[in-house]
Every structure is written in structure tokens, then in C-alpha cells.
Design a protein around this ligand. Structure first.
Ligand code: SF4
Length: 365
């Protein structure tokens, strides 16, 4: 599919704006590194140890990647910021994969945690007091488990989501475990991989033998949302450039628009996003394109943590303006009211249909 280039006047203005943008963020380098002793029994563990030693990054040992002590910080906020700069290299012991509906059957655990500072990120609550980044060196054991799950369901296709607990693309230049997993899934008749990222450091992944078994998705959003709520992630222009490279490398491509937010002039924001995307992809053959649409939501627990960590956030979390949706174990969340959700759904679907008539919208939630 070749996307239609429309509305040239707007496009050139946006391109002009993007030329004047700030420099791209560099690939993540941790400032503090911890190793579990067993990680050094694996070639990847050894390789990472040497890498950080050569770079002069302080390395400490930790008995368990689940309990890391010694991340500096005089206040909880400083400790949180430093944890986001900390990499822990360990061995994944739990090899039972979580489920990952609606986009996949299983979450494949390649890493946990993320260096990004998205205010709304659900890792704020799910990772609680452990916001540091963990990578696992026993990737062969993890892939063996994935193979067992695939075999159980044959001849049904089994999909694995690699970005449930981290932004794996943003870390993979260090470990190449995602690269290895992409090639592994390329060899699986009944296995498929998916992940989503806000980072543009994709170059090494372009060479992987993916066999079109991996759907490479980028998280995108209206300028307002990226500007106010996604510090520490790649600029939209960089994500779009990376998406073009990924499409040219023959990967099935996807965009996740999340979290979709209502703010003043949200219609302009999302219309402009899709117009800009369409223009940028106009010279790229995209054979297989999907969109996933996820609205903003929050829990009471998340709101408390977000306000502690990002006290000046402009994130709209007024419970009285939302609908309470009961969840499992009595833990509900605040979502947009039905008519507001319907507005968002209708408007964004119309924009996608206009600019990407052959794309598939997988879900809106
Ligand atoms: Fe969370 Fe993704 Fe932002 Fe990382 S990039 S903080 S995983 S939302």
C-alpha cells in the first residue's frame, strides 16, 4: 500500500517545523550497573560486563535482580530518577509467561522497566518500588519456553508481545536479545512476535531475518501529548523516520496511538498527527499496516504515584469527570465517559480511514 500524500500546504509547514527540532536523543547508556553473579555464567552476561567495564561505568553485584540495594538518592524522587538510569543484568527465573490480551497470547519476558519518563506509564504502578531496568541474559531458555508454548497450540498461531513490561527497542542496542527473538520467530511456522516502541534506535534490527513474523509497532501521539507527557523518549519525527526504515526492511508495520487524550483542540492534534504520518510515509511501500487505539485511563493508585513523581504534571486525572469502570479484584479505573469515548473513536477512525484507507484498525479501547 502506498499512502496518499494530501494537503501539501500543511505538510510543508510541518516538515519545516520538524527541521528546526532539537537533536535526536542518544541511545540509552546506564549510569549505574548491577549484576547478579549467575549472569556472568552466560556469554551475554560476560559481554555486558566487559562493555560497561571498558566504558568506566560503575558496576556493583546484587544477590537478586528483584532486590537491588545501593541506587543513590537522598530523596525518594532522586532515587526514582537514578533508578531510571540503572541497569540490572540478571537471569530470568520465572519462565511462566503472563498472558497479554488483546494483542497477543503471551508476554515474552526479555526485559523489565524503562528509562523513559512518560507520566502516564502503567509501569509506574506495576513496577512499584523497582523502577530500574532489568535485562535477562538467559535468552535461550526464554526462547525454549516460547517454543513449548507454540507447540502446545499448533496449528494455531501463537503471538508473543515483547513490550509488556519495558520498551525493549530502547534497550536492545545493549543486549541484542530482541534481535535474537525476531530471528527465532522468523524460523517458527506458528510463532509471531510483536512489540511497540517510542524509540528510534532500530538500525541493528533492520538486518534481522524476520520472515515477516514480527509486527514492528511505534507508539505515536498528538504533539501536545508527546510534549507534555513523554520526556526521555524519541521525538515523533524520529519515530516516524524509524518506522519508514522498518517498513523498507519488510517488517509488517503498526502504529499504536496511546494514550488517546482529550484536551483543548484534540481534534486538531490527532488530525495533524495522521496527516503528518501519511505525508511522511507517502514514498514508502507499506504492505501491511495496522493501528491500535487506546484511550487514556488511570487508577487511584497510579494517580497517587504519578503526582509524587511528576508533581507538576498537566495530566488530566479528575475522577469526577470520568466514568469508573470496575475491574478484577475490585480494582477499577477511571475512563472517559461513554459519549466522550464515542467521540474519540469516531473521529480517529475517520482520520485513519481518510489517510490510510487500506490499514486495519485492530481495536479501540
Ligand atoms: Fe512507559 Fe513506554 Fe514511556 Fe517507557 S516509553 S516510560 S514503557 S510508556
Amino acid at each position: 500500500m502506498r499512502t496518499a500524500q494530501r494537503q501539501q500546504g500543511n505538510v510543508s509547514r510541518e516538515e519545516r517545523q520538524s527541521r528546526g527540532r532539537s537533536p535526536s536523543i542518544p541511545a540509552f547508556e546506564p549510569q549505574f550497573v548491577f549484576f547478579e553473579p549467575q549472569a556472568l555464567d552466560y556469554p551475554l552476561g560476560q559481554q555486558l560486563y566487559q562493555r560497561f567495564q571498558t566504558k568506566g561505568i560503575p558496576i556493583q553485584m546484587t544477590t537478586s535482580h528483584n532486590q537491588v540495594r545501593g541506587i543513590p538518592g537522598d530523596t525518594p524522587l532522586q532515587a526514582y530518577k537514578n533508578a531510571k538510569r540503572t541497569l540490572v543484568v540478571g537471569v530470568r527465573k520465572t519462565l511462566t509467561f503472563d498472558t497479554s490480551k488483546p494483542s497477543a497470547e503471551y508476554a515474552i519476558p526479555l526485559a523489565t522497566g524503562c528509562m523513559g519518563h512518560c507520566h502516564y506509564c502503567y509501569l509506574q504502578t506495576t513496577m512499584g518500588a523497582k523502577p530500574y531496568i532489568r535485562v535477562y541474559v538467559n535468552v535461550d531458555e526464554i526462547l525454549k519456553q516460547a517454543e513449548a508454548y507454540i507447540k502446545e497450540r499448533e496449528p494455531e498461531i501463537t503471538r508473543f508481545e515483547a513490550a509488556c513490561t519495558s520498551d525493549i527497542v530502547g534497550i536492545d542496542h545493549l543486549t541484542h536479545t530482541l534481535f535474537k527473538t525476531i530471528e527465532f520467530m522468523g524460523r517458527q511456522r506458528y510463532g509471531r512476535l510483536r512489540f511497540v516502541t517510542k524509540y528510534h534506535h532500530v538500525d541493528h534490527l533492520l538486518k534481522a531475518n524476520h520472515n515477516q513474523h514480527t509486527r514492528f509497532r511505534f507508539s505515536i501521539n498528538a504533539d501536545y501529548v508527546i510534549k507534555h507527557f513523554e520526556p526521555g523518549t524519541s521525538a515523533l519525527a524520529d519515530r516516524i523516520e524509524a518506522a519508514k526504515k522498518v517498513a523498507r526492511a519488510g517488517y509488517p508495520l503498526g502504529f499504536v496511538i496511546a494514550p488517546i487524550m482529550r484536551y483543548e483542540a484534540w481534534q486538531n492534534g490527532y488530525a495533524s498527527l495522521l496527516r503528518r504520518l501519511s505525508s511522511a510515509l507517502a514514498d514508502t511501500d507499506v504492505h501491511d499496516l495496522t493501528f491500535e487505539l487506546i484511550m487514556h485511563r488511570f487508577t487511584k493508585a497510579a494517580k497517587r504515584i504519578i503526582l509524587e513523581r511528576y508533581p507538576k504534571t498537566k495530566l488530566d486525572m479528575k475522577e469526577e469527570e470520568r466514568k469508573y469502570k470496575w475491574g478484577r479484584y475490585g480494582r477499577g479505573k477511571y475512563v472517559y465517559r461513554d459519549e466522550q469515548a464515542q467521540d474519540l473513536n469516531t473521529f480517529i477512525r475517520e482520520q485513519i480511514d481518510q489517510y490510510f484507507p487500506q490499514a486495519k484498525i485492530e481495536y479501540f479501547t
